[in-house]
Design a protein around this ligand. Structure first.
Ligand code: SF4
Length: 474
C-alpha cells in the first residue's frame, strides 16, 4: 500500500518519505521521441518485474513514474487522450527539434507521453532517491532516456542511474556512451538488480542477510508490480519469453537466449489476481510466440479462464502464428474473450517468406481465417501484419501481399521494418554499405527506411498505405 500512496497524484507520501528513515528508489519509464506514436497497450513490463523483486526482497519504498501513461495527464494540459474502449489510447505530444540526421525528412518530430512540465514538477516534489532505474522499450526512443536522465540530474545531482531494457540490451555501447546513465544493464535484469543495489547502497535495506536469491526461470519471478501503475484496467501479460524461430529481421533471440514458457496454472493465477485486486478489464498478451505448444500451454490457460468467466477482454498485438490456429484453438479464443486478433503473415511472397524464416505460408493464413470465422470472429475485424521495407523487397511484393489479405476478407496492417542490430537483416544492410555497424540507433526508426536505405520512396509508402486502407470492391 505504501507504494500505492507514492503514486503520481498524491503529494503526501513524498513528505512522508522525506520524514521517514526509509529509503526509496525511483523507477522511470521515459517519453517516446518519434515521428508518431500510439499507446498500443504499452506497459513497462520489465521495470514492473524488477519493482516486484525489489519489493519482495528489500525495504525500499518505490516511486514509479510512467511518462507514457496517458491516464495520468494533468487536467491543466487541455489535452484529452482518445481512449478506445479496448484500452488503446492516443498520446499527448509536444513538438521538439528534429535530430540533425533527419533534417531532410519532411515530418515533425515530437516528444510523446505526459507533458515535460508535469514530470518536472513531479520530480520537484520528491526527495532524492537512492538510485533511479530507467527503461527504454525501443532502441530509437533513446532521446527520451537522455531527456529523463538530464532532468533527474538537474533535480538530484549525482544519484546513481541504472538503465535497462531493449535499448540497453541491443545497443549497449551507444547506451554507455550516450544515455548519461551510470550503469547499463543488458538482458533480463532479475538476476542482476539486487546485486547492483547492494553495490550502491549496501544491504541495510535488504530483508535478509542470506545469499541473494536466484531466479532460474520465468515462473520463479514474482508477478509484475502493477499496483504501482495508475492505469490498472489495462495490463500487458507475458506467458512466455523468447521465440523458437529465428526470423532474419527479429531481435527476439537477442533479448531472450532461449524460449521459455510459464506454467499455465501460474498464468491463470496471475490473471485472476489482477482481475480481482486491480479491477483489470483488458489484457494484451505480449508473447512473441503465444501459440507454440498450444495444447499444453495456451489452450490450458484459455480453458481455465473461460471457467473463471471474469469478463476480461484479451488482445494479441504481437501477432499470432496462423499455422497454429486450428478449429479447437479458434473456438477457445472466442469463448475466452479474445477481441482484437492480429495475425502475422509478413508477406505473401513465398520466396521471401522462405528466406526470412518460413514460419508461415499464405495457405496457413487462409485456413486460420476459415477457422476463426467458423468460431464466430468477423474476418473484417482480423488484422494481418505485412512487413514493409525489408532489404531487397519490391514494391510489387507488398502490393500483392495487401491484395492477398484483402481477397481473404481480412485487414492488412502494414508493419514497417526496423533494422535491429545483431539480426541477419541488419548484417545484410551493413555488408552492403547501407548502414554502419555503429550507425545511430535513430536509423532503426521504423518510419525512416524510405529516406535512407530502402528501394521504396516516401511516395511508394504513401501509395501502399492507401492501398491497404482502400475498401475492397469485390
Ligand atoms: S516468429 Fe515472430 S517472434 Fe519469432 S523470430 Fe519470427 S518474427 Fe520473431
Amino acid at each position: 500500500m505504501a507504494e500505492r500512496l507514492c503514486g503520481f497524484e498524491s503529494h503526501l507520501p513524498h513528505h512522508f518519505l522525506s520524514m521517514s528513515s526509509r529509503k526509496y528508489l525511483l523507477l522511470l519509464n521515459p517519453w517516446a521521441y518519434d515521428f508518431t506514436a500510439y499507446d498500443f497497450w504499452l506497459r513497462p513490463l520489465g521495470l514492473l518485474y524488477l519493482a516486484a523483486i525489489i519489493r519482495q526482497y528489500t525495504n525500499y519504498e518505490l516511486d514509479f513514474i510512467d511518462c507514457l501513461d496517458s491516464s495520468q495527464i494533468d487536467a491543466s494540459c487541455h489535452f484529452c487522450p482518445k481512449h478506445r474502449p479496448d484500452g488503446r489510447s492516443s498520446f499527448f505530444k509536444e513538438e521538439v527539434s528534429k535530430p540533425e540526421i533527419f533534417h531532410h525528412i519532411p515530418r515533425k518530430f515530437s516528444r510523446y507521453g505526459l507533458p515535460y512540465t508535469q514530470i518536472e514538477s513531479r520530480l520537484e516534489k520528491i526527495a532524492p532517491p537512492e538510485a533511479v532505474l530507467i527503461t527504454c522499450t525501443l532502441t530509437y526512443w533513446y532521446p527520451g532516456v537522455q531527456a529523463a536522465v538530464e532532468l533527474v540530474r538537474k533535480k538530484f545531482g549525482h544519484v546513481p542511474i541504472i538503465l535497462g531494457g531493449v535499448y540497453a540490451t541491443l545497443c549497449p555501447d551507444h547506451a554507455r556512451s550516450q544515455s548519461g546513465a551510470d550503469l547499463v544493464l543488458t538482458g533480463p535484469g532479475e538476476n542482476q538488480i539486487l546485486r547492483i543495489l547492494q553495490e550502491i547502497d549496501g544491504r541495510d535495506q535488504f530483508k535478509s542477510t542470506d545469499e541473494l536469491p536466484a531466479f532460474p526461470d520465468f515462473d520463479s519471478l514474482p508477478w509484475p508490480a502493477y499496483e504501482l501503475s495508475h492505469n490498472t484496467s489495462v495490463l500487458a501479460l507475458l506467458t512466455s519469453r523468447g521465440c523458437p524461430f529465428h526470423c532474419t529481421y527479429c531481435a527476439s533471440h537477442l533479448l531472450y537466449q532461449q524460449f521459455e514458457q510459464r506454467q499455465p496454472e501460474k498464468v491463470v493465477a496471475e490473471v485472476r489476481h489482477f482481475w480481482q485486486t486491480l479491477g483489470t478489464k483488458q489484457i494484451a498478451f505480449y508473447d512473441d510466440a503465444l501459440l507454440i505448444n498450444k495444447d499444453r500451454h495456451l489452450l490450458k490457460i484459455l480453458e481455465a479462464l473461460a471457467g473463471l468467466n471474469p469478463g476480461l477482454r484479451f488482445h494479441t498485438p504481437n501477432g499470432l502464428h496462423p499455422r497454429e490456429i486450428d478449429p479447437e484453438l479458434a473456438r477457445w479464443l472466442k469463448i475466452s474473450g479474445f477481441e482484437s486478433i492480429f495475425l502475422s503473415l509478413e508477406t505473401s511472397d513465398t520466396t521471401l517468406l522462405a528466406e526470412t524464416g518460413a514460419k508461415v505460408s499464405p495457405e496457413d493464413l487462409k485456413w486460420a481465417l476459415c477457422h476463426l470465422e467458423e468460431a464466430g470472429f468477423d474476418r473484417n475485424q482480423i488484422s494481418v501484419y505485412l512487413l514493409v521495407g525489408l532489404p531487397g523487397q519490391d514494391r510489387s511484393q507488398v502490393v500483392e501481399s495487401i491484395r492477398f489479405v484483402k481477397s481473404l476478407g481480412a485487414r492488412p496492417r502494414l508493419a514497417y521494418f526496423s533494422p535491429v542490430p545483431g539480426t541477419a537483416d541488419w548484417r545484410k544492410l551493413v555488408e552492403s554499405g547501407l548502414l554502419k555497424d555503429d550507425s545511430d540507433p535513430l536509423l532503426q526508426n521504423k518510419l525512416v527506411f524510405p529516406y535512407f536505405w530502402s528501394r521504396f520512396t516516401p511516395e511508394d509508402l504513401d501509395d501502399m498505405k492507401k492501398e491497404a486502407a482502400r475498401k475492397s470492391t469485390g
